[in-house]
Design a protein around this ligand. Structure first.
Ligand SMILES: Cc1ncc(COP(=O)(O)O)c(C=O)c1O
Length: 418
């Protein structure tokens, strides 16, 4: 069965292969002098994502890491939309197996309205939209889609209109969707929300729905660019290939060459795990990538990921580079009381707030696995990817209310009487 979130493996949406792969000489400054350096000298400098040429919201030419330069097609341009690199720090989770270290990469901190993993994919997808002369973007997702919210904000930043096809229950599909969580941001930035019922979505599919809207907009004289569900096509996958370069450099620069044995991440539409797994496999990282799928079974995601890999001519098998496990529990975006209690306990113990739909389920299942198979994780250094999604918590406030009781009326008697 196909994931309600996903659509069949996408052909990269007209990613223009970089015809200009020759690295031009660039201006380099040193404390005492400024000079042009040769293309060979700047190879390393260009490999540093920390140097986001042009600053926030700038578009720049993209040069892949050397270990990914055989992939095809390679995006020609990328936007600086995220606040990168995101921090990596030790995550002092309770009750870990002996000698196990868990670290966390804070992709929830990629930026305020756009925070989360989607920003990294949108850096490439938005560049492609602009290159293709788009004046608006269309994307698709669930009613609380983080991807749709990030796309709406990115589009507004880049002066594009945004059309969101949001899936909701049949009873709510012709009612005002309200302002909870991601919807608040989407509607504040002026995105056009088009509601469809889950039944319509299942029957028609995200690709055809987007095409229908595209046709309507073209007839109105617009130039729409379609971004697939979750931004997960082969072009979007570059966002997490690039993240591996960032992790490599952070481990080297800030943690004296710390080696991660494992990377753990939530999987919803497949792009994030594919980029991480491919990057980890090709680079010096060589960490095992464990994906916890929150909306469909692993078989679906191995296939979907394979489509993305083939779209990059990667020549690898998804089964060889990722370990995908089921973590959907009650179902997509549905939380058990235990999962929500877990989110509360982790927040109270570590200060890190997980989201209920993705990272909460991934971390919950990771710790459950560590608890039942301590030997498997003993002594390992694990990097957990916090992929964001915090606005999704607003959708769960009623369920969460019973877990947070720490308040009282402040006692002011003495102060009042003196
Ligand atoms: C917060 C969050 N984490 C993880 C994911 C999963 O990423 P992907 O869709 O690339 O599988 C998503 C989106 O689906 C998300 O919004």
């Amino acid at each position: 069965m196909n994931c309600a979130l996903c659509f069949p493996p996408a052909v990269v949406s007209a990613v223009s292969a970089s015809s200009d792969r020759v690295r031009a000489a660039r201006f380099q400054s040193s404390p005492n002098k400024k000079s042009y350096v040769s293309s060979v000298q700047i190879e390393d400098r260009e490999a540093k994502p920390m140097e986001r040429a042009g600053g926030f919201l700038a578009r720049r030419k993209y040069n892949p890491p050397s270990w990914a330069s055989h992939l095809n097609p390679i995006p020609s341009d990328v936007y600086n939309l995220g606040h990168l690199p995101t921090p990596i720090h030790k995550w002092n989770l309770p009750n870990l197996p002996q000698g196990t270290e868990v670290w966390i990469k804070r992709d929830d901190l990629t930026g305020m309205q756009m925070g989360g993993n989607k920003v990294r994919k949108l850096e490439f997808l938005m560049a492609d939209a602009i290159i293709h002369g788009a004046d608006c973007v269309i994307t698709v997702g669930g009613i609380q889609s983080n991807h749709c919210r990030a796309t709406a904000v990115a589009a507004r930043y880049l002066n594009l209109d945004c059309y969101l096809i949001l899936r909701t229950s049949k009873a709510l599909a012709d009612k005002d969707p309200g302002l909870t969580g991601n919807l608040l941001v989407e509607r504040l930035v002026g995105a056009n929300v088009e509601l469809v019922s889950k039944e319509e979505y299942a029957k028609i599919g995200s690709v055809v729905l987007a095409d229908l809207l595209k046709e309507r907009l073209v007839n109105e004289g617009r130039k729409p660019y379609v971004i697939p569900v979750g931004g997960s096509n082969s072009l979007g996958t570059w966002g997490y290939i690039e993240t591996v370069r960032e992790i490599e450099q952070q481990a080297e620069t800030h943690f004296s060459g710390l080696h991660f044995d494992d990377i753990v991440v939530a999987c919803g539409s497949g792009g994030t795990i594919t980029g991480l797994a491919l990057g980890s496999n090709l680079s010096s990282l060589k960490a095992q990538v464990h994906a916890f799928s929150v909306c469909d079974d692993p078989v679906y995601f191995y296939d979907y990921s394979q489509g993305l890999l083939d779209g990059l001519q990667a020549g690898v098998d998804s089964h060889d580079i990722a370990n995908i496990q089921d973590a959907k529990g009650l179902g997509y975006a549905m939380s058990t009381a235990e999962e929500l209690r877990f989110i509360k306990d982790i927040a109270a113990a570590t200060g890190v707030v997980l989201d209920p739909v993705y990272t909460g389920k991934a971390a919950y299942n990771l710790l459950k696995d560590m608890d039942s198979n301590p030997a498997k994780w003993k002594g390992r250094k694990v990097l957990f990817m916090h992929t964001g999604g915090l606005l999704g918590l607003y959708d769960k406030v009623e369920q969460l209310a019973s877990t947070v009781g720490n308040w009282r009326k402040m006692e002011l008697h003495e102060c009042i009487h003196s």
